[in-house]
Design a protein around this ligand. Structure first.
Ligand code: KG4
Ligand code: ZN
Length: 332
């Protein structure tokens, strides 16, 4: 008999629900993005996000069940993101999932958002099995991990300051581009010359940790200087050079990790993994080193319910169950 898991994700600005069979087959995947609601503020407004999640969570979940042709009672488990993320938005998903679990008697499983991102690669890659090296780059995280087994991670590199996605968003804002900045920078960068500026790539001796704040500051300083001296800025060139610097750092660290730990599979995950330049570079470098490269399709890189359902399947299979006392943990 197959295991059917409903995944619910509300940690930031996407209200998302999906049903995944046996951790690998996506039966439905519904995402309601709040980007149009937050764009006028230049970033996510937590209180507004909470209210929008409340407005949409029921409809999005119903659409996910309908899309899979299932009723609540057909489910094996309900998986929900309980951290890290914004406390109000997380509480909406957690409370809703607890209500569903209590009303239906279906077991509840609490999922770490990053476990979700890492698990996004499973549904589309039948052959992907741990161990692998995973580089997770999102709005809040730049994390390099060795995935020893499903849900078993050894963190080998972390952001010491700004996360990769955060740097994209801040540089985009300085260039006058709307939120979220990643996709906007990427579009603009495609028209520019990535060799036009050499922005810094920070490395800490033997560490695989990341730092993007120096890079961000270098770009902002350049833009300020141009403004003060009334020099016109080629925005596409700046975007392309900045993007290349981020891509180089992420790719260098990931390749180094694979070599150091003797692991032949490489996975990228998180919103920044949607970046075309990063995907291309990782693919190229993995091929050169004889490593197998996996990336979720673009829609599964940014926040979604399918990744939570996939992670939920493995947690459920390990026997993990959450009590109805499960709480949102913003800094999990
Ligand atoms: O994983 P995600 O949807 O949410 C978090 O968990 O943070 O990631 C969102 C982040 C944002 O910073 C956004 O600018 C970035 O991912 N992003 C991208 C691209 N698409 C989204 N960054 C670079 N290139 C992209 N194409
Ligand atoms: Zn995320």
């Amino acid at each position: 008999m197959s295991t059917l898991v409903l995944g619910i994700e509300t940690s930031c600005d996407e209200t998302a629900a999906a049903v995944v069979e046996d951790g690998r087959k996506i039966l439905s995947n519904v995402v309601h993005t709040q980007i149009p609601d937050h764009v006028v503020f230049g970033g996510v407004v937590p209180e507004l996000a909470s209210r929008k999640h409340m407005e949409y969570i029921n409809r999005v979940t119903q659409a996910a069940l309908d899309g899979a042709g299932l009723e609540l009672r057909d489910l094996s488990a309900i998986a929900v993101t309980y951290g890290p993320g914004l406390v109000g938005p997380l509480l909406v998903g957690v409370s809703f999932a607890k209500g569903l679990a209590w009303a239906s008697g279906v077991p509840l499983v609490g999922i770490h958002h990053i476990d979700g991102h890492i698990s996004a690669a499973y549904p589309e890659h039948e052959d992907l099995r741990p161990p692998f090296v995973c580089m997770v780059a999102s709005g809040g995280h730049s994390t390099l991990a060795v995935v020893r087994d499903y849900g078993v991670y050894e963190v080998i590199g972390q952001a010491r300051d700004d996360a990769a996605g955060e740097a994209f968003d801040k540089v985009a804002r300085a260039l006058g581009l709307p939120y979220p900045g990643g996709p906007e920078i990427s579009k603009l960068a495609a028209l520019g010359d990535s060799m036009s500026h050499h922005f810094p790539r920070t490395r800490f001796a033997d560490s695989l940790d990341f730092s993007f704040s120096g890079l961000k500051t270098a770009v902002l300083n350049y833009l300020n200087e141009c403004e003060m001296k009334h020099i016109s800025v080629n925005q596409a060139d700046v975007a392309a050079s900045f993007e290349q610097a981020v891509v180089d750092v992420l790719a260098d660290h990931t390749m180094e990790a694979a070599k150091r730990y003797g692991i032949s599979r490489v996975v990228i995950a998180g919103g920044v993994a949607a970046n075309a330049r990063l995907r291309e570079e990782m693919q190229k470098r993995c091929a050169a080193l004889g490593l197998q490269f996996y990336a979720p399709s673009v829609g599964l890189c940014t926040d979604n319910g399918a990744m939570i359902a996939a992670a939920g399947y493995y947690a459920y299979a390990r026997g993990e169950r959450a009590e109805l006392s499960l709480n949102a943990v913003p800094n999990l």
